[in-house]
Write a new protein. Structure first.
Lengths: 440, 728
């Protein structure tokens, strides 16, 4: 493991050196490509270079709707009840750090995590905020930026020869996670099926019920005969994926023991996390797992803890998350994969410091929390803090763009490299972010 | 815009050159020599631009670089002077020993410079800068430039190809004649490396590859472009250059001019049935029916094209399809979760297009309407934007075809838009309440990011307007904005619209990308664009007028490029750019081809968030932006999910297996194999299969009924998956 880190850093160093980002053009000639919108950003420092590419894969746990920071990683004690909310706190394995009591399994793993409690953004609308959180760019009505996952898929294109896609989404499409101007080949490949269902199947991977492999082969041949002017075999990737035994194997959760399945939790999010681990084992660079439902404006105790009204044992969002994420981290660690797998849990914003009159919390982007683990990140630290009632960052404000830049470096992607839009406009991978030194 | 001077006799050129040289000698002695002391704007600033110091990647970035903040390309000379002479405790200048001044020592490499060495310590640049410092860093007179232009002179072929000498001229401070400013000009050349510098003094470039190449010149805040054409080598075995079907349509005349200049042989024309398919998809968004094909084939070949166009243009399908296209152009999406508002907006657009109202009138109404958005559909255009800035960007994209968003943080690097323009436009739009009741209000402000003060309402590139203190002042300003956008003298909206219509038909704009009109992105065929604009204006902004002119041209009826052979730049329109079908159109085409109709056609779902799994998988554009079809994507370069869905999903398979599908109707009717193959080819690909094709297929068809059915289903799938079906 350590060896491979070193190798990767050296290679990364060479790549960066050869790019020479500040090489302006030859005297007297200014080349159009030097896009004037390029912002000032510092080249990677030595410590950033050591961190460069420490993560081979990334699992993004996307908590869609905006999870309450006060009910998860930044609970408040000794504050008025309308700030504290309905849940208590629990001490974690890091002295002095508390999580929400419903995260008691994660609390035992806090010494392996990095918690950022000072994320901040100006955007409080889901559609805009999730774009900012996932792309690191403030949304523009005129250009759709690529998400972190799409960027990873794009930058890991070379050398990927397996039939599996480089960017896989579980279970179903959510906005903001797409490839934007990078185009369809870097879009996440969505399962569009629930891994917790006994009928779980990757959508359209199985041969259509009335067809068979021979007929599919015949269709492929007939098409090849009539296809005019095609530069490559039509539908090559798709036909290869359909035929791949490896793909069938990796997507088949029945190859896991019942004990393992139960460890992750039998609900959709748990089984999705289990599938994510199987994909990471096959070196898939980026897996997004979506947990929807965090937009808890009313009577939030039901969706957050209970799951349904009157539940005796809580099966809500937080217990489901707690079980699945603690299992994922332990499992990755047991397999020796945690050091090279970056696990991120985040949503588009936090929730209002005061519980509203309907027993919920509304959108609150000014401060919120993010959980990071593995991939070579420092362990057992809490970065930044919110003020007494979780209303604003107290110190170390970190923007989504800063976070994306930091994660890119960990994933071995040069943040200042230029991408080109289909119409020829050069856009840097990350523009306004400042790398978070404490994580590099 | 100057092109090559090929067509001018040599002696005339030389005489002209001699005269210009003489004039220059006289004038420059007047203007340049009288000031032996260098001036900042005329001498120093152009050097900084020339050496890239104030480019966006260096000190011209919004955040500056290394504490030196220069305006982008010297757009703000006074601030730049201040930065160099006064800021940083005046340490950038050393009057005692000018050569040690930071502004010379760093770029000449005597002190480490992150931006590397820009010029030698004893170069003319360094000497000039030193003289300026010796003279006490005078600002000199502010200058005013007009008539800045490039002249391009072709020099006889050299062994390495053709060389071009570049010169620039401008009128300075109202001088009556242009003065040469070549040595103060900064050049930008094509980024793809096909234009190479042969010499710097005087500037001379060579073209490494045949084709159309763009160069841009900057001087004192002005930018101009010029196009260099290097002809393609003649192919030894190519057919004769004179096109037997040479047409007199103005479209073809203009296209041919550039083809001739570049020695490009255009692709041959498609047959009439292929034209019928192409034009049906482009004008009414659907493939021709069997009946339409048969009727077309019976018409007189000499006038069946115009007859077909008239029929299509007057059809209800035309209204439906252009309502869809207009909605896409505007970026229609659900308005603030108010179904009534969205419905009212959709109804407004559909009614206007159906009643063939002028698109200029539609656009004007979209810009200035107020009232109850649930009843007055056009008010919802303003509600597509979340705030004044987004509204300013929306208006600049839709009506001006400009990407003004760059000017939010800094003056537009490639165009003349300034931050004051951007925030001034936002300031006008801040006077709109975008709630359910769209209304003019006074007193609303946006901050100008440059001055950090409330922005003053301003027409982009024009004058400042009154401060919007109440609803009346806001209304007056919006009307002035509308007058400017729809100005008869400068019909920029007509230009945007004509260019978009061209792009929809031809797969690529004359100005490309279509929403990027700017000085440094000239049209490939400026005269053609002017003619299209004229056609549009004369027809009172009816899209049909331009569509018809294009559809009847030979340029529209060319084959696709042969990927193995044709490497001609697409901007010549020597071959037809392959356009993937929009997901909605593809969905409708699938139903039409197989005869499995749906209650509503997909193009009638103007709201792109109308739930449809298949349309989402096919890549429907449900984003809050107008989606342009990516121009050069083949039909096969779709995403993995799309490919899998096409192969294994229910969309195609269910339709093929449906009892309503023509295959099964014909099979149960006892249609022969050969008839069915012919029918299928016509229905799906609008094509008569060739006899040998039919023969080859007939040999494969199994006799056993179930096997035979399965074979035809597989055959239909392959037809539906072909490039001919999936693209246009």
């Amino acid at each position: 493991m350590q060896m491979s880190h070193n190798r990767s850093s050296r290679r990364s160093f060479l790549r960066i050196g050869s790019v020479a980002p500040w090489a302006c053009s030859a005297a007297g000639v200014t080349v159009l490509r030097q896009d004037a919108r390029l912002d000032a950003a510092s080249p990677l420092s030595a410590s950033h270079l050591r961190s460069f590419g420490s993560a081979k894969s990334c699992v993004l746990l996307w908590l869609d709707g905006g999870p309450s920071h006060l009910e998860t990683f930044d609970p408040k004690k000794d504050v008025p009840k309308e700030v504290q909310g309905p849940l208590g706190t629990v001490a974690t394995s890091v002295p002095g750090v508390h999580f929400s009591e419903e995260l008691h399994r994660c609390a035992k793993l806090a010494h392996r995590m990095t918690i950022i409690r000072s994320m901040t953004s100006p955007l409080g609308e889901h559609g805009l905020a999730n774009q900012y959180a996932l792309t690191g760019y403030l949304p523009s009505p005129n250009l759709q930026y690529p998400s972190l996952g799409a960027l990873t898929a794009h930058e890991r294109r070379e050398g990927w020869t397996r039939p599996l896609p480089r960017h896989i989404g579980i279970p179903e499409q959510r906005t903001g996670l797409g490839a934007g101007f990078l185009g369809s080949s870097d879009e996440p490949f969505w399962m569009n099926s629930d891994p917790a269902s006994p009928k779980f199947r990757v959508r359209d991977l199985d041969i259509y019920p009335t067809l068979n492999p021979d007929r599919l082969q015949r269709r492929r041949q007939m098409l090849a005969q009539i296809q005019e002017g095609a530069s490559e075999v039509p539908y090559k990737d798709a036909f290869e994926l359909i035929a791949s035994a490896e793909a069938r194997h990796v997507f088949d959760l029945n190859r896991e023991s019942d004990k393992t399945k139960e460890r992750y939790g039998l609900r959709s999010f748990g089984q999705s996390c289990l599938l994510a681990r199987r994909l990471v084992e096959q070196q898939v660079p980026f897996v997004t797992v979506v947990q929807p439902g965090w937009d808890t404006h009313e009577n939030m105790i039901v969706p957050l803890r209970e799951g349904y009204s009157g539940a005796k044992i809580g099966v809500g969002l937080i217990p489901t998350f707690d079980q699945a994420v603690s299992a994922l981290i332990e499992d990755l660690s047991d397999q020796g994969l945690l050091d090279q797998t970056l696990v991120i849990a985040m949503g588009e914003f936090g929730r209002t410091p005061k519980v509203n009159t309907r027993g919920g919390r509304d959108h609150w982007p000014r401060v919120y929390s993010v959980m990071l683990c593995g991939g070579g990140l420092p362990q057992g630290i809490v970065l930044g803090s919110s003020d007494r009632i979780g209303e604003s960052p107290r110190d170390n404000p970190i923007t989504p763009s800063d976070l994306i830049r930091t994660l890119l470096i960990r994933l071995g992607i040069e943040p200042d490299r230029m991408l080109v839009t289909p119409d020829g406009r050069p856009i840097p991978i990350n523009q306004h972010g400042k790398p978070i030194d404490a994580l590099l | 815009m100057p092109r090559s001077r090929l067509d001018r006799p040599i002696w005339k050129m030389q005489l002209r050159r001699l005269l210009t040289a003489l004039l220059n000698l006289i004038l420059s002695t007047q203007i340049f020599a009288q000031q032996e002391i260098p001036s900042f704007e005329l001498d120093v600033l152009p050097l900084l631009t020339k050496h890239g110091c104030n480019s966006g990647a260096c000190h011209g970035a919004a955040a500056g670089r290394g504490q030196l903040f220069l305006s982008l390309w010297g757009s703000d000379p006074k601030s730049d002077y201040d930065q160099i002479v006064h800021a940083f405790q005046s340490r950038r200048i050393r009057h005692a020993s000018p050569q040690e001044s930071l502004i010379i020592a760093k770029p000449s490499g005597r002190i480490a410079h992150e931006g590397q060495v820009r010029f030698d310590p004893d170069s003319p640049t360094a000497i000039k800068l030193a003289n300026w410092i010796k003279a006490g860093t005078p600002y000199g007179e502010p200058i005013k430039i007009d008539g800045f232009r490039i002249e391009v002179h072709r020099i006889d072929s050299t062994s390495s190809g053709i060389a071009w000498a570049l010169r620039t001229y401008a009128r300075i401070n109202g001088s009556s004649l242009p003065i040469e400013v070549t040595d103060r000009t900064a050049w930008e050349i094509d980024p793809n490396g096909s234009v190479k510098w042969i010499e710097q003094h005087p500037p001379t470039v060579g073209l490494e590859r045949p084709g159309r190449h763009l160069i841009a010149a900057r001087f004192a805040g002005q930018v101009q472009t010029s196009v260099l054409i290097a002809p393609y080598p003649s192919e030894p075995h190519s057919e004769s250059r004179s096109d037997p079907q040479r047409s007199t349509s103005f479209v073809d005349v203009e296209i041919q001019k550039l083809l001739d200049q570049a020695n490009v042989q255009a692709a041959t024309l498609i047959d009439d049935l292929s034209w019928l398919r192409r034009v049906s998809l482009d004008l009414v968004g659907r493939i021709p029916t069997i009946d339409e094909i048969r009727t077309f084939e019976e018409l007189d070949p000499l006038n069946r094209k115009p007859m077909t166009l008239d029929r299509l243009i007057s059809s209800e399908d035309f209204s439906r399809y252009w309502t869809f296209q207009l909605a896409r152009w505007l970026g229609l999406r659900p308005i603030a979760k108010e179904l009534e508002a969205t419905k009212a907006f959709e109804k407004y657009l559909s009614d206007q297009v159906s009643s063939r109202r002028s698109w200029k009138t539609i656009a004007q109404e979209l810009l200035v309407s107020t009232g109850d958005s649930h009843a007055i559909g056009q008010t919802n255009f303003a509600r597509l934007a979340v705030d004044p800035r987004a509204h300013a960007e929306l208006i600049s994209r839709v009506f001006l075809g400009a990407r003004m968003q760059c000017a939010n943080c800094h003056n537009h690097p490639l165009d003349h838009w300034t931050q004051d323009d951007y925030h001034g436009l936002s300031a006008i739009l801040a006077g709109l309440d975008r709630g359910s009741q769209v209304a003019y209000v006074g007193g609303a402000q946006v901050t100008n990011l440059r001055t950090k003060e409330p922005a003053i309402p301003k027409i982009p590139g024009g004058g400042y307007l009154e401060v919007q203190i109440d609803a009346q002042t806001t209304q007056r300003n919006l009307e002035k904005l509308s007058d400017w956008i729809f100005d008869e003298e400068n019909p920029r909206f007509a230009k945007v619209m004509a260019n978009r219509l061209w792009a929809l038909m031809m797969g690529r704009g004359l100005i490309d990308p279509v929403d990027d009109l700017r000085a440094t992105n000239p049209a490939s065929h400026p005269e053609l664009l002017d003619r299209l604009v004229q056609t549009l204006v004369e027809s009172d902004y009816q899209p049909a007028s331009v569509l018809k002119a294009i559809a009847l041209s030979n340029a529209y009826a060319r084959r696709y490029p042969d990927l193995q052979r044709d490497r001609i730049d697409a901007s010549f329109f020597a071959a037809h750019v392959r356009k993937p079908l929009a997901p909605e159109v593809l969905y409708d085409a699938l139903c039409d081809a197989l005869g499995t109709p749906k209650e509503q056609r997909a193009i009638q779902w103007l709201d792109p968030t109308t739930p449809s799994e298949s349309l989402d998988i096919l890549g429907r554009c449900s984003r809050p932006t107008a989606c342009e079809p990516p121009s050069n994507l083949g039909p096969i370069q779709s995403s993995l999910s799309q490919q899998l869905h096409w192969i294994n999903g229910p969309l195609v398979n269910q339709a093929i297996e449906s009892p309503e599908c023509f295959l099964h109707r014909e099979l149960s009717r006892g249609t022969s194999d050969a008839e069915l193959l012919e029918l299928g080819c016509l229905r799906i690909r609008t094509k008569h299969p060739q006899a040998e094709e039919i023969q080859a297929w007939l040999e494969q068809i199994p006799k056993e009924p179930e096997e035979r059915r399965a074979w035809f289903e597989d055959w239909a799938w392959s037809q539906l998956s072909s490039g001919r079906f999936l693209s246009n």
